[in-house]
Design a protein around this ligand. Structure first.
Ligand SMILES: Cc1ncc(COP(=O)(O)O)c(C=O)c1O
Length: 391
């Protein structure tokens, strides 16, 4: 096998995409509720993004951070203007962004002279990426097995266990790192009060709050960042996926005191913030930052959630029991095995992706309209109807 066997792709060869649809090489059209795992935020082949990439491709592709890249400042300025951050570091993926967050938290305390304050508290069920540190940060045995020795520096507590969290904080703790909505772990949002509690706890203990928004950020919940729903400000936020609209791009946002600790030479990336990714990201942000765009995510997201509740959950109580999530990051809680349901959904030409806790994850492009939701409901109804009959 010429491709390393770490994936197990379904038997659909993708030919091209258009808006919320993907077309396979045999011409079949699929309604795409995966967005390439939360990436193609403006849908496939968006004309503005194609144009941004074409124009940039004719200018320059790569020059490295040895030089100033015009669009890089433009994109960073847009993020800073619309967030808690004072500075942004660009990289190429979510894993690199979470790794940067870990480094920044440690460096912050190092620069303060508190060199032993370097441990990070994480939660069971988390996912922060596949690089060696992000892997052991999340500490999912399915992912870490065979990759020992473990990377030290992380203390893990059960998700939602407040007293375990408080007990885990000690004089060596630098930060708490958590996804604002657990994605791979089953679309589990942290309730607003929890996020506010975490902020308060970090303030009291004088430690940093890292909110991983690689999957839930950049408009997915109807706000630029999911933590905005709780009206709090984190200290460090890794992002990726949606910001590039399909072009590989990650970033780490830092509050001023943290950013000040990251001095020249302390971190870097050959490709991070390259002209091509910056040209695309600038256009992606222009769209997502409009109130109209975000309001549409909220409205269509609520419509999708309600339609599934009314027309699917109530109708198929033997197969599914609920729906959770926010905006266009939703998870149907399955009773029947999620793999079986997902297989049948794909047969009905709607693409979804599994998540932990037996969940069917839906991450449609953020340009989704109510008519697409209606189409999805017909397909889901058909798929679940087929399986129901077999029971
Ligand atoms: C919350 C979260 N963090 C980090 C990552 C890692 O991102 P990447 O696969 O781009 O390295 C992911 C990817 O799914 C994610 O969902």
């Amino acid at each position: 096998m010429s491709i390393l066997g770490v994936y197990n792709p379904i038997d659909i060869e993708v030919d091209h995409g258009d808006g919320v649809y993907i077309y396979s090489s045999d011409g079949t059209r699929y309604l795409d509720f995966t967005s390439g795992i939360g990436v193609t935020s403006l849908g496939h082949s968006h004309p503005v993004l194609i144009n941004a990439l074409k124009v940039q491709a004719e200018k320059i592709w790569h020059c490295s951070n040895l030089f100033k890249i015009t669009n890089q400042k433009k994109v960073a300025d847009k993020i800073v203007k619309n967030s808690f951050a004072s500075s942004v570091f660009f990289c190429n993926s979510g894993s690199e962004a979470t790794e940067t967050s870990i480094k920044a938290a440690r460096k912050f305390f190092f620069e303060k002279g508190e060199k032993k304050k370097n441990r990070i508290i994480t939660f069971e069920g988390a996912f922060h990426g596949r690089t060696i540190a992000s892997l052991f940060a999340a500490n999912n045995p399915d992912h870490t097995q065979g990759f020992e020795p473990r990377v030290d520096g992380f203390d893990q507590v059960p998700f939602g266990d407040h007293s375990a969290l408080e007990k885990a904080i000690n004089s060596n703790t630098a930060a708490i790192m958590v996804e604002t909505i657990l994605g791979e772990g089953g679309i589990r949002p942290l309730p607003v009060e929890c996020l506010q509690g975490l902020r308060k706890l970090c303030n009291e203990k004088k430690i940093l709050l890292i909110l991983d928004e690689v999957q839930c950020g950049i408009g997915r919940t109807g706000k630029l960042f999911a933590f905005e729903w709780a009206k709090i400000k984190p200290d460090i936020v890794p992002i990726a996926k949606g910001i590039g609209g399909g072009f590989p791009l990650g970033a780490c946002l830092m509050e001023k005191k943290v950013a000040n600790a990251m001095t020249p030479g302390s971190h870097g990336s050959t490709f991070g913030g390259n002209p091509l990714s910056m040209a695309v990201a600038s256009s992606v942000l222009d769209h997502i930052l409009s109130k109209e765009f975000l309001d549409n995510v909220i409205e269509v997201g609520e419509y999708l959630k309600n339609q599934i509740l009314e027309k699917i959950i109530k109708k198929f109580p033997k197969l599914v029991k609920g729906i959770r999530g926010k905006g266009l990051m939703l998870g149907i809680e399955a009773i029947e095995k999620n793999e079986i349901l997902i297989k049948e959904l794909i047969n009905q030409k709607i693409l979804v992706v599994k998540a932990g806790q037996n969940v069917i994850r839906m991450l449609p492009p953020l340009i989704l309209e109510k008519k697409h939701v209606d189409e999805a409901i017909i397909k889901i109804d058909k798929a679940f109807g087929e399986i129901n009959e077999r029971h």
